[in-house]
Write a protein that binds this ligand. Structure first.
Ligand SMILES: NC(=O)c1ccc[n+]([C@@H]2O[C@H](COP(=O)([O-])OP(=O)(O)OC[C@H]3O[C@@H](n4cnc5c(N)ncnc54)[C@H](O)[C@@H]3O)[C@@H](O)[C@H]2O)c1
Length: 266
């Protein structure tokens, strides 16, 4: 299938390359001309294990392409993923201007049905806002769908995570969008055996935030327990081990240390 990935940063490059590796034709778009230039020269602007080899292999196989043109990206594929940044704004809320900008630009070039998929981490109900933006900026009457497909990969094991997800979550409003996304992910579902969860858009958007918040809570909690341990003369490693063996609690994310952070925690 043909897929456009708008935003060729960490998530866009890893996901786009993995889509190419499983056989899709992928066009990665970025408005950073320097980044696209580097990629066209078969080098990668970030380090991630196995990524460079995959990028080179898929460029050589003519399944992975790069451009700065959003018009080209809009014309290229029926399915357009949005994986642009959502950095923290002044009061800590995510800056959605890049997502909105892509919505406006794609709408302005759309002449046929397109499915726009939120891959960026966005607040709940951004899908509704994106639909409004697209409707407003369409130059002619064209059918379109918006979907949510939150990303759960971790920097450092991003390629592995992309091929072996714990689950694939999609938020959709139409059978057509479900069918297109299932077709894209079918090879990954087949090889990893992971669940493909279909829900409405706000549920998918919230699944990402609820998961992140829960993991952040675990980290904050074990750090609080660690302070109690220091005062009580207890050993946090032993306490965490004792807690983690309870399957209701689980041992992951129970290591006291630095707090949490990352681009999904604006
Ligand atoms: N990095 C992670 O580990 C991770 C994991 C899960 C989800 N996410 C989420 O995914 C999203 C992307 O994160 P990232 O780490 O890949 O960010 P990034 O900063 O590495 O990449 C974003 C890219 O989007 C490009 N861009 C911005 N506006 C554009 C436009 N209008 N047209 C074309 N390109 C544009 C930028 O030039 C940049 O290359 C964020 O919402 C982030 O929270 C990140």
């Amino acid at each position: 299938m043909k897929i456009t990935m708008v935003g060729t940063g960490y998530v866009g490059l890893v996901t786009g390359t993995c889509f190419a590796e499983i056989g899709h034709q992928v066009l990665c778009v970025d408005n950073d001309a320097r980044k696209i230039d580097i990629l066209r020269k078969r080098r990668i602007p970030i380090y991630e294990e196995d990524l460079e080899d995959l990028v080179i292999r898929n460029i050589d196989a003519e399944r992975l392409h790069f451009t700065t043109s959003i018009r080209e990206g809009t014309e290229f594929a029926e399915v357009i993923f949005i994986a642009v940044g959502t950095p923290p704004a002044y009061h800590g809320e995510p800056n959605l201007s890049y997502v909105e900008q892509v919505g406006r630009q794609v709408a302005a070039h759309m002449t046929d049905y397109r499915l726009l998929v939120e891959k960026s981490t966005v607040p709940v109900n951004t899908g509704i806002q994106l639909k409004r933006t697209i409707s407003k900026y369409l130059r002619e009457k064209v059918d379109f769908d918006v979907a949510s497909n939150p990303e759960f990969l971790r920097e450092g094991s991003a390629v592995h995570d992309a091929f072996n997800p714990d689950r694939i979550v999609i938020g959709v409003e139409s059978e057509r969008a479900t069918r297109l996304l299932r077709e894209i992910y079918e090879p990954i579902i087949a090889r990893s055996g992971c669940e493909f969860l279909v829900m409405n858009i706000p549920s998918a958007e919230l699944t990402k935030h609820a998961s992140n918040s829960f993991l952040a809570t675990k980290i904050s909690f074990i750090n609080a327990v660690s302070r109690v341990c220091e005062l009580a003369g207890a050993d946090i490693e032993q306490v965490a081990h004792g807690m983690g063996l309870d399957p209701r609690i689980g041992s992951s994310f129970l290591r006291a240390g630095v707090g949490y952070g990352g681009s999904c925690f604006p």
